[in-house]
Design a protein around this ligand. Sequence first.
Ligand code: UD1
Length: 354
Amino acid sequence: MKIVSVVGARPQFVKLAPIHKAAKAAGVEHVIVHTGQHYDPMLSDVFFEDLGIGAPDVHLGVGSGTHGVQTGAMLAALDAVFEEHRPDWVLVYGDTNSTVAAALSAVKMHIPVAHLEAGLRSFNRRMPEEHNRVMTDHAADLLLAPTQVAVDHLSHEGLAERTVLVGDVMTDVLFEVRDQVGSAPSALLTELDLEAGGYYLATIHRAENTDDPERLAEIAESLGGLDRPVVLLAHPRVVAKAAAHGIELTHGTLIVHPPLAYPDLIAAALSSAGVVTDSGGLQKEAFLLRVPCTTVRTETEWVETVELGWNVLANTADEIAAGVIRPRPADTDAAPYGDGHAAARVVEVLSGGA
Ligand code: UD1
């Protein structure tokens, strides 16, 4: 059995780690193709190193570009890779341009495609991620859903027969890294002279929050006016957009810091008073770590985090400020994102079992 995984952006490297480990444990041949969508070492290499993935087998080196240029470059390059490897499955992850490019390329070559993290929906047709995930789900042969809500979305779209509920592989990797990090305080505390529980951790990178200067200025303004220090782990996109729009990110309580490697991110989230983010992954990581989250979006795909009280949606400056100072949510032992063994189930399903 041979699986070719296609990844390209930071959250995909995190999801790749437990799949790679499970494939190796099951004696499955696993070829890793990196599209090159993310290329900065802190967005790419550190994940391969820290999460024990090793190096990708193939690197397409496509880099940045508009959606069409970037997706098209991946499509053009993938034919030859799939032709050479002719795997039993192409496995695609999440909702980036790398996901949709690999799904489309494989389906046209009649190679079975499985979509990991299938069935998530924001129902916001302005989001590039929403186009990517809807098109990938409808192109793929096997839909590996992380939650029951995702299964229900796929069922409503007539895709129930191709769907299997496997759980969320992010839970696998997060629990493992959380246990490795243990109770050691985050290195960020010493570096920035912060106290445990005395700061908020923020990430903002989505197009809908960064590309419109007024929107980005409003978010920066609101983060800089919160009641304790806010460490913004700044994705290159937000740094580039702020510079282009003439927006000063460092002001008031807002401290700009480069992105962190995964174990450092988990340690920094664990020590924080709360997370403010527009990242899908971090909303869920905050929930799994039981750190309150405020999500700077009008909707979320991870509705369970909101229903259980650990996440609130906030758009205006007032909503963000109210979100971070809200009382700590009620404890819960709900586990909507699985038991930390999703990757083994994925490999079993791809191997024809389960
Ligand atoms: C992409 C995904 C998004 C995901 C995010 C995770 C799409 C459409 N978007 O968004 O779903 O949540 O990754 O981080 O696939 N850049 C660099 N260095 C890099 C990569 C990007 O400087 O290594 C800068 C470039 O200016 C680039 C911009 O960031 O133009 C955007 O990068 P891109 O990969 O297009 O989208 P992301 O915003 O990273």
